[in-house]
Design a protein around this ligand. Structure first.
Ligand code: 5GP
Length: 215
């Protein structure tokens, strides 16, 4: 399905359109969503052109995708967010409206909360760094947990300049699993909380389009 609006975020990046910018570096810009769904709601976007949806992740651009998590962490420091939620709609069938990759960052008052799951026997992908398995209590038709195995990377707050690819790879694994499942669009969700209060591993949820969300 084609996008019906143009890439309005490109105009924000170039300065042609106004936005409430909360963070910017060479690679990424973060600005407040024009129609917030929570007390704090910002969008992390890559500055490079050509990344339209999460389907555009590949082995050469993992770092750019990882930088979306890094920008969210910097924004949480600047905005005093202890915990936050990250969400991405992938493809028009996944609910995406604007044709440039963007990661929603929402304060914890945004519902819903998604629980992590212990590994199940239905494993869709595994390598030395990552495993993807079906959630033990799915909230929609297809609900897959993508987990980083490194015991040092237990939450989205553990993103650093040195591990961008490991986090960016979560998007690649999500794409790969979505293709196995025959999904033409999907949603991604991560709850980010301090390590002592969160589950003991980084848990990225891949959700089929029937998952109901305001975003
Ligand atoms: P999507 O549905 O593509 O995942 O999310 C697009 C988001 O972009 C929506 O939450 C919408 O409110 C926001 N948005 C759309 N146009 C603009 C704009 O011109 N400026 C800003 N700051 N946000 C926008």
């Amino acid at each position: 399905m084609d996008f019906v609006v143009e890439d309005v975020f490109r105009q924000i990046i170039t300065g042609e359109a106004p936005a409430d910018i909360v963070y910017e570096d060479e690679y990424t810009m973060a600005f407040k969503d024009i129609n917030p769904k929570a007390r704090f709601h910002a969008l992390m976007v890559p500055k490079v052109d050509g990344l339209v949806t999460g389907f555009d992740v590949h082995s050469e651009n993992l770092e750019i995708f990882g930088r979306l998590f890094l920008a969210a962490k910097y924004v949480s420091d600047l905005e005093d967010l202890d915990t936050y939620k990250l969400h991405m709609n992938v493809g028009t069938l996944g609910g995406q409206v604007v044709p440039r990759v963007h990661l929603h960052q929402l304060s914890s008052d945004y519902a819903p909360e998604l629980d992590c799951s212990m590994p199940t026997d239905t494993v869709y992908y595994e390598d030395e760094a990552t495993i993807a398995y079906q959630h033990e209590n799915p909230v929609c038709d297809q609900h897959v947990v993508i987990q980083l195995k490194d015991p040092e990377l237990v939450s989205g707050l553990d993103i650093r300049e040195t591990n961008l690819e490991a986090f960016g790879n979560l998007f690649w694994v999500a794409k790969s699993v979505s293709q196995q499942l025959g999904l033409e669009g999907y949603k991604l969700f991560m709850n980010v909380a301090p390590n002592e209060t969160s589950s003991p591993f980084t848990c990225f949820h891949l959700l089929s389009p029937d998952y109901k969300t305001e975003l």
